[in-house]
Every structure is written in C-alpha cells, then in structure tokens.
Design a protein. Structure first.
Length: 483
C-alpha cells in the first residue's frame, strides 16, 4: 500500500478535462484516463464477484429459529442488485473507486448468530437498524467517539477472529471437518471428514480448490478467489457427470437448462424492523446490533482509508476527501442490504485491484456496478456452484483477515490477553458476539486490576457491562424469577 499521504496533483503534461464526465469525476485532475477507469472497474468486479456465489451459500445454508431457509436464486438476485446499485451510488456520490457488496463476516453474523434466534425477516430488520444507526453516527459526528472507544488492537483481533470463524465454516461446509456424534463417547468435538478420514469426490474438489486458491494468492494473481471457484466448479461438473456421487450437499453441480433467466426479486422488502424484540431479550438485540455496527463501521473505516491511500487521494492531513459522504453511503448500503435480505453491504478492500489497474475516480464504479447488474440475469449459471468449490474461498478470506494479527503487540499482556480471547472464543463457540464480549470484558477487567481504569473509555465500560449481563443472563433470569 502506498505510504504517501499527499494530495494528488494533475501530472505535468496531462491534458485538461475535455468533457462533462471528465470534469464531474475529476478523471484528468487525478491523473487518470477513461481507459484506466474502465480497466479498473473490470478488475474490481472480477476480484470480488465471488460474493455472488458465497453470499447465497452462507445465508442459504443457515436456518432461522423456525427452520426456514432463504432461496439461493433469490439471494443471488438480491446480492447482485444491492452491489450494483450501491456501487454506482458510491461512484457518483463519493467519487471513489470503492465498490460495495454483501460483507463477508457480516453475513456470517446474520446467518449463524442472529437468524437462529428469530425469523429471517426479523434478522434482516436488525441489519436495517444497524445501517440506520451507522448513518446517525456519521451525521451526528459520533463516529470519532466510537472510533476512540475501542483500542486498535482489539479491532484487529475482531477481524482475525472473524477470519478464523469464516475459515472454520468453510472447512465444515465442505465436509473436511465434521462433528463427532455424541454416541462416539469421546471428548474430541470434531474430526477429519465424516469418519475420521477424507472420503468421496466432493472432498477432493475442496482440497484441490484450497491448493489452487492458495497457489494463486501466493503468486498474487488478480481475481484468484474467483478463478478458483470457476475452475473447481468446472471440475465438479465433470466429476458429477462421470462418477457416482451420492451427495454434494446443498448444491449439486449440474449444468442448467438455460444460462440466462429473469431475476427473482422475491426477497426484496422482506424485513421486520422491530420484530426481533418480540423473539429475544432487548439486551440480546442490542448486543447483536452492536456486533453488526462494530464489524461494519470499523472495517469500512480501514477499507476507505486504505483504498484512498493506495489511490494517492489523501489530502495533506492524511484525510479522505468527503469522508462523511462516503461513510453515509456505506451506512445506506447496510440499510439496502437488510431491506433486500442480502445481509449488510459494505465497502470492499478488493477495490484495491481496480486501483492497481489505474482507477482513481468513481467512474470505475459505473463499470463495476454495470457488471453486477448484468449478473442479475445469469443466476442459473451462478447457482450450480457446489459448496466444495466455493468453500476454499472462505478459507482464503480467513487467511487474509488473519494477517492483521501481526499488528497486535503480544508482549503487552493487557492487550494481548483480550485480543487472544477475542480471536479464540469466536471459532471455539461458533459465535462472533461471544468473542467480542470475551475480549471487551477481559480488557476492562485487566485495566482495572492494573490500576488503569481511567484509560478505558466510558463507552467500553458500558458495553462490557452489557456483555456481562449477556453472559450471565441465565442466573439473572433465575434470580428475577423469569424462568
């Protein structure tokens, strides 16, 4: 990533803007060209298009409190629609080469943490509330207060923990790891494959997919994740046609009768804004919304600053141009994602691929958004991808998120221990919320024990108190006679 934080000046010899589009997007002013912006738009799309496959798989593989699942075809449509609309809005309104789509990690929270406690409509209503809260934080200027409340190492630990959680989901979904039945009478909770050994063609597809993905990532091939998904889906199609495969799980790789079909907008508008309050406790709802806000808000801040720095767009003070507007659009994207039942949409660090191809303005977003819009009509083609071909991407994304662990000072126990608990508790309890809570409570307790209570922001004290109630909800309910 570029280290410069200087304002971008139009390179000497660059011709002045010659069209309204050039002037509006400041293409020439930022030292770019229409050709570079178009190439950048294509690069960003092909780098992040995997979300059109992964989001339906993650959300579609989960059940809500009532055992209901979301339709994969409708999920693909909703994912593509929100990505197309919000990416274009960011381009026009924020003028940054920053694409948006359903956030990995955020969709895991919705699928595996929130949905089991309520209906899908209620869960998506919480996503809408999260987006509205982010917009309020931006408009009121409270984002600075929230930013300063949580130590940077804990934010990084949250990303690392989510990365491990996502990777674990990938291993489980592919069948590489499975739960040992209680009848086995063993203290080991999980095992390799379904019997302690890897068996079957689908597992082979997953293993080859992991090797292909990490190989492409190591060679820094652009679009590595998408390339792996496409290649392994083709391999799965061939295997399924030649071998006797008993089951692929949720999705069987079979060539569809038609490649193009009309989009199915059946999930749009299916959300209940306050329904969650009737399904679980108010404290639980507050903590779930807080988890979404935390993951979305801080990931966005890091992504926006990182992409702007890479594009050499930061001003003399290292600030992002029109940051408030950019964050407001990102908050609106979360609202749109919840309203469309595709989970919270957020800014994508994969936009760096477009910047690497020369994109410097929001014009590239018009290209990326247009390609997502085209994908609306390719749903039959996108829904033939089996879990075993897509799950390697989860493992790869987990690795990428894990790399932030290097920024944590492991010699400083007062931050290292809370960071460790945050990271470990998430995959071990299959809960992102539990990991965040464990880290916050440990941080506050250790600071208090060391006589450094004043160093803890009051917002963190309040949040930790809520988490204590969350962890002790059962004895508290018994004391109050609720149970």
């Amino acid at each position: 990533m570029s280290e410069t934080h200087q304002a971008v000046e139009r390179p000497e010899g660059t011709p002045p803007a010659t069209s309204g589009v050039d002037r509006f997007f400041k293409i020439s002013e930022r030292g770019s060209t229409v050709g570079r912006e178009i190439r950048g738009g294509f690069a960003t799309f092909f780098t992040m298009a995997y979300i059109l496959v992964l989001n339906p798989i993650i959300l579609g593989s989960a059940k809500d409190k009532f055992g209901e699942t979301l339709d994969p075809v409708q999920l693909t449509t909703a994912t593509a629609l929100v990505a197309a609309v919000m990416t274009v809005i960011m381009g026009v309104g924020g003028n940054l080469p920053l694409a948006l789509a359903a956030g990995l990690g955020l969709n895991a929270v919705v699928a595996f943490q929130i949905a089991p406690l309520m209906s899908w409509d209620d869960a998506m209503g919480l996503v809408v509330l999260e987006g509205l809260l982010i917009c309020v934080l931006v408009v009121t200027g409270l984002r600075e207060a929230v930013m300063h409340a949580i130590p940077q190492p804990l934010k990084q630990a949250i990303s690392v923990g989510i990365g491990l959680f996502i990777a674990f989901i990938g291993f489980v979904d592919a069948g590489f790891v499975s739960r040992i039945p209680d009848a086995a009478n063993t203290t080991v909770p999980v095992q390799l494959g379904g019997t302690g050994h890897l068996t079957g063609w689908p597992i082979l597809v997953f293993c080859l997919g992991v090797l292909l993905t990490v190989g492409l990532l190591a060679r820094k091939v652009k679009g590595a994740i998408l390339i792996s998904i496409v290649v392994m889906t083709l391999v799965a199609l061939v295997i399924n046609s030649l071998a006797d495969v008993k089951s692929w799980g949720l999705t069987t790789p079979e060539w569809p009768e038609k490649l193009v079909d009309a989009p199915d907008f059946g999930l749009l508008g299916r959300f209940s804004l306050f329904g969650a309050f009737g399904e679980t406790t108010v404290i639980t709802v507050v903590l779930l919304v807080f988890t979404l806000v935390l993951s979305d808000f801080f990931d966005t801040m890091g992504t926006v600053v990182g992409i702007s720095a890479e594009a050499n767009l930061l001003d003399e003070q290292g600030k992002v141009p029109d940051l408030g507007r950019v964050l407001l659009i990102d908050g609106a994207a979360a609202v749109a994602g919840g309203a469309a039942s595709s989970s919270s949409a957020t800014s994508y660090i994969e936009s760096a691929a477009g910047v690497g191809e020369g994109a410097r303005t929001g014009f590239s977003n018009l290209v990326t958004g247009g390609l997502f819009a085209l994908a609306l009509f390719l749903t039959p083609l996108l829904t033939i991808v089996p879990l075993q071909a897509a799950a390697p991407a989860l493992v790869a994304v987990g690795f990428l998120m894990m790399t932030q662990v290097k920024h944590i000072d492991w010699d400083k126990y007062e931050i290292a221990i809370p960071a460790f608990l945050t990271i470990a508790v998430m995959p071990f309890t299959y809960s992102i919320t539990n990991g965040i809570g464990a880290g916050f409570v440990a941080y506050v307790v250790i600071k208090a024990v060391l006589g450094k209570a004043k160093e803890v922001h009051w917002l963190l004290w309040g949040t930790s108190a809520l988490f204590l109630v969350y962890f002790a909800i059962d004895p508290i309910e018994q004391i109050l006679g609720v149970k």
